[in-house]
Write a protein of this length. Sequence first.
Length: 94
Amino acid sequence: MPEAQTPLRSRSAAGTSGSRAWLGATDTITESTWVVPLASGLTTHSPSISTDGKVTTVWLKSGNAGGVYSATNHIKTAAGREDGCSLRVTIVDR
């Protein structure tokens, strides 16, 4: 089975679409939950929050070459806000 070679980072944390502005300079991510559909065959490994509390990361494993899957991240912040997003992943055989 192909294995993801690059970690996924949530838009909530990675700063695309103005997300860092949404998070704010003083707020930090305190909880991060990554989910993949059970039927996809993907599994999540080593989910983490960066030491500055601004980035979430997860590694994905398995899937079929050419398959397109989704991974969803839900975060909670120190200020009590919540956000979530889904990312599409295409598995490439290397």
